[in-house]
Design a protein around this ligand. Structure first.
Ligand SMILES: Cc1cc2nc3c(=O)[nH]c(=O)nc-3n(C[C@H](O)[C@H](O)[C@H](O)COP(=O)(O)OP(=O)(O)OC[C@H]3O[C@@H](n4cnc5c(N)ncnc54)[C@H](O)[C@@H]3O)c2cc1C
Length: 356
């Protein structure tokens, strides 16, 4: 077999999927990791970090802490040709194999220290408010409302969601149970309405909903869905592989449709399954295995296939409880809480990235 040494693997996106892939392949190839920020962030710990900022000390860490044998480019990828990735700071980075893992662009600070300060500021915002409005009832809005309701039960929390049910990425039973749980914690939930922030000015305590209701709140948090970071791909050589929902179409080996040497992993793909970090990690591990095979001259027919996972997700409800969507059941309370809510998989994820 030929040796993989010297093969250039470029990974776009240092999130859950891309970070793990870069770490896994770093001693097997010349790996370049492109990300607009200098650090990795465990996204599902970000709401706890708002009520307890020291959590972010462990849930964010520099790419250089786990990716020690490769090149890190702190920039946005803005284009792809058949041989190179172009970045917003004007670099052209050649590849033999490319892995697109650009999931979501959260527009967070470039430096870890600034991100930690941002959590501190948001925490002060929460602490100094008597009443808080949360706009959005997906996982981010629900987890934030729950964190505040549990840690600061004296604060008035209102959650406005523009859909008929909370957490509509999972089943209606989970939505109902979550609504009951939030209501029992005195969170006021308004469904089927939106809040227009365009007509709202800073310092104004009054918010209008689309249904004509008026909400008084000292602070608000906008927790609406995070768009996929694919607009930059639509102008590239991969443009025909982007589907109507902005996702990259992949084959059973997670190779981008029509490409031999370009893979896509994580939330950016059109794999028919819930978009979850533990699945993004599975994509990364399978792709690392396939890349090792190809780089060593192995046959394409021997590549591992990815089987979409069945529906499973846990949404934390404060520090001890959670709601779990399992393939055949929906559970709320301490059991899902034991699995996720105490540590939010921070220890497990750090270990996976080779950190204590
Ligand atoms: C509130 C909440 C709770 C969640 N809880 C869980 C949970 O308990 N368990 C679980 O498994 N999953 C959970 N998830 C889902 C999980 O966070 C995602 O599925 C996972 O982060 C997807 O990983 P990814 O690598 O595909 O994308 P991301 O983690 O979004 O990473 C994308 C990376 O690409 C970078 N990027 C974007 N655009 C570009 C560009 N143009 N050039 C270069 N880099 C770019 C970004 O900066 C980022 O670093 C939760 C999500 C939310 C919102």
């Amino acid at each position: 077999m030929a040796s993989s040494a010297g093969k250039r693997v470029v990974v776009v996106g240092g999130g859950t999927a891309g970070g793990l892939l870069a770490k896994t392949l770093q001693f097997q190839a010349d790996v370049v990791l492109i990300d607009p920020k200098e650090y990795f962030e465990i996204t599902w710990a970000s709401l706890r970090a708002k009520v307890e900022p020291p959590v972010a000390e462990r849930s964010t860490f520099k790419h250089s802490d786990y990716f020690t044998n490769g090149r890190i480019v702190i920039s946005y990828a803005v284009g792809i040709t058949e041989t190179e990735v172009l970045t917003s700071d004007g670099q052209q980075i050649p590849y033999d194999y490319l892995v697109v893992a650009s999931g979501h662009d959260d527009c967070v600070p470039r430096n870890r220290s600034e991100r930690l300060e941002e959590y501190q500021t948001e925490n002060e915002k929460i602490k100094s408010a008597d009443s808080i409005l949360i706009i959005g009832g997906g996982p981010t809005g629900v987890e934030l409302a729950a964190e505040i309701a549990v840690d600061f039960p004296e604060k008035k929390v209102t959650l406005v969601h523009n859909k008929p049910r909370l957490l509509d990425f999972i089943g209606p039973k989970a939505s109902r149970k979550t609504l009951d749980w939030l209501t029992s914690k005195k969170v006021e939930v308004i469904l089927g309405q939106s809040v227009d922030l365009n007509s709202h000015s800073d310092g104004d305590r009054t918010y209008q909903t689309s249904g004509g209701e008026t909400i008084e709140a000292d602070r608000h948090f906008l927790c609406i869905g995070r768009p996929l970071s694919t607009s930059w791909i639509k102008e590239s050589v991969l443009k025909n592989a982007v589907d109507a929902r902005g996702r990259l179409m992949v084959d059973e080996h997670l190779r981008v449709k029509g490409c031999k040497n370009v893979f896509a992993i994580g939330d950016i793909t059109d794999v028919p399954e819930l978009k979850q970090g533990y699945l993004a990690q599975s994509h990364a591990m399978l792709t690392a295995k396939n890349l090792k095979l190809l780089m060593n001259g192995g046959k394409e027919s021997k590549m591992a296939k990815y089987k979409p996972a069945s529906e499973m997700a846990i949404v934390s409800l404060g520090r001890k409880e959670g709601v779990a969507q399992l393939p055949f059941a929906t559970i709320i309370g301490c059991f899902p809480g034991m699995l996720k809510s105490k540590d939010l998989f921070v220890g497990k994820t750090r270990k996976q990235m080779g950190l204590k």
